[in-house]
Design a protein around this ligand. Structure first.
Ligand code: URA
Length: 211
């Protein structure tokens, strides 16, 4: 990883979501573009009231060019639906827009993005927030949380509460759906899934309150 890198030079200043998505395809703001198939930009309606931030695209997303289309995406869709949130009102993106992996034979294994890569990609997240102007931002997982929230928010301490946020009405942090997929114990998995749905129910209730 080269030092001091940033996507800033690749982000058009005042741009619509489609313009941002197009420009993101040429991003070389950190080294992750070298091995990934393509940039995976966010997706969703331009005035989405809910803005979800994941970690980075996975293997499926890297190939499809769309966020959350693999197993974690299906888990997320199920939880949104169980919480009564229509996926059509949600903008979904990632803290990092390229897939980071290591090759093991024919498999590409997910590797966590580091703090410098998350920081380098931040200008895209900021541009998406400016374009969408959501009411509620939801950060999913400990790796994704600092991207929109900064270092003073911690997943375990701050989960499931509405926190103040400069570019939206509120921020809520919750777990990442991949965490549920990795759980071997069925009972614990079910309990944790229900908590995940409860977090989204809080979001849904808040949307209804002042809609
Ligand atoms: N995990 C993420 O954080 N984002 C995706 O798009 C897919 C899996």
């Amino acid at each position: 990883m080269r030092n001091g890198l940033s996507a800033a030079a690749f982000v058009p200043v005042t741009a619509s979501l489609p313009e941002l998505a197009k420009a993101s395809k040429r991003c070389e703001g950190c080294d992750l573009y070298r091995n990934a198939t393509q940039t995976v930009f966010g997706e969703g309606p331009k005035n989405a009231p809910v803005f979800l931030v994941g970690e980075q695209p996975g293997d499926r997303e890297d190939i499809a060019g769309q966020p959350f289309v693999g197993p974690p995406g299906r888990m997320l869709d199920q939880a949104l639906s169980d919480a009564g949130i229509d996926r059509n009102v949600v903008y979904v993106t990632n803290a990092v827009k390229h897939f980071k992996f290591e090759e093991r034979g024919k498999r590409r294994l997910h590797k966590k993005p580091n703090a410098a890569e998350i920081k380098a990609c931040h200008p895209w997240l900021e541009a998406e927030l400016n374009a969408v102007k959501p009411r509620i931002v939801v950060a999913m997982g400990a790796t994704a949380t600092p991207a929109p929230a900064g270092r003073n928010v911690q997943l375990t301490r701050d989960r499931g509460k509405f926190l103040p946020y400069p570019s939206a009405e509120a921020l809520l942090v919750t777990i990442h759906p991949s965490f549920l997929l990795r759980m071997p114990d069925r009972d614990i998995k079910e309990r944790e899934y229900n908590r995940f749905v409860e977090d989204f129910k809080l979001v849904n209730d808040r949307l209804k309150q002042s809609a």
